[in-house]
Design a protein around this ligand. Structure first.
Ligand code: PGA
Length: 261
């Protein structure tokens, strides 16, 4: 796992977007795993900017989102389909027929199963973008999720429901169930890029990078992933014990890449 610590939330987005753009430019028909939430918003804006400038195209890209709420329709403003259209897909040249998000209406178990199969059929994820919950979840894989899990129905924890209640008005139905890619599904991505910003993520960031590998912190499964890069701002990195070492690794890696030896 490579840990990159930058000064601000804006730099997390900039650095993350640079990484994504380089990746897509090298594999123009990449399959991306996409996330919703507040964290990737600035990243998506950076990607939109690159796309408008003409330095990045999504024309041949396929995407699979991590998760979707159960019980709200695709056109509901809080659905993740709505979010992705508004925050990314409507502003780039991606073919929407190639953007997959679990269907949260109808039979959710069948929908989850079909989603996992479709992903497999299309060859899996090349680059998975992740945020992290304040409780260490990735996707909606809440603490105690099986590390061998596949796309399925999950019950959201009280903490996740509270964290996400900011998006719902007081009298609005807020789902407590979701379909989410499993941890084993995420672990099959060839490359993972996890972003975290702000002090509310500091405990989760410390636990998943430096804590034990445990279903109590689902993101810690990434300790077993061969190609994960984590980009965090200073606030989210606040509790990391080995900060100096991560910065030294970044320095040494850049030296090596610039062939200064
Ligand atoms: P956030 O959510 O980006 O809105 O903080 C992240 C997550 O729950 O995975």
């Amino acid at each position: 796992m490579q840990v990159v610590i930058v000064n601000s939330e804006q730099q997390v987005a900039k650095y993350g977007a640079q990484f994504c753009a380089q990746f897509i430019n090298q594999k123009i028909n990449a399959t991306l795993g996409l996330a919703t939430g507040s964290t990737p918003l600035s990243l998506y804006q950076e990607l939109i900017n690159k796309s408008s400038e003409g330095s990045l195209s999504f024309a041949a890209v396929t995407s699979f989102n991590l998760d979707e709420y159960i019980g709200i329709t695709e056109d509901h403003p809080q659905s993740y389909r709505f979010f992705m259209n508004q925050k990314l897909f409507n502003h780039i040249d991606i073919n929407k027929n190639n953007t997959y998000i679990p269907i949260g209406m109808g039979d959710p178990h069948a929908s989850a199963h079909e989603y996992e199969n479709r992903l497999k059929e299309l060859g899996g994820i090349d680059l998975q973008i992740l945020g992290i919950g304040s409780n260490g979840h990735i996707g909606f894989n809440e603490p105690s999720s099986s590390l061998a899990s596949r796309t399925r129905v999950k019950t959201l924890t009280a903490q996740t429901i509270a964290d996400n209640s900011r998006f719902f008005s007081a009298d609005e139905f807020q789902p407590s169930l979701a379909i989410t890619m499993g941890i084993a599904t995420i672990m099959e991505a060839k490359q993972v890029l996890l972003l975290a910003t702000g002090e509310s993520k500091a405990t989760a960031v410390r636990d998943f990078i430096e804590g034990p590998l445990s279903a109590s912190c689902p993101a810690s499964a990434l300790q077993m992933h061969p190609n994960t890069i984590v980009i965090v701002d200073e606030k989210a990195a606040k509790l990391l014990e080995h900060k100096a070492y991560y910065q030294q690794v970044k320095f040494e890696t850049e030296q090596l890449e610039n062939s200064l030896f």
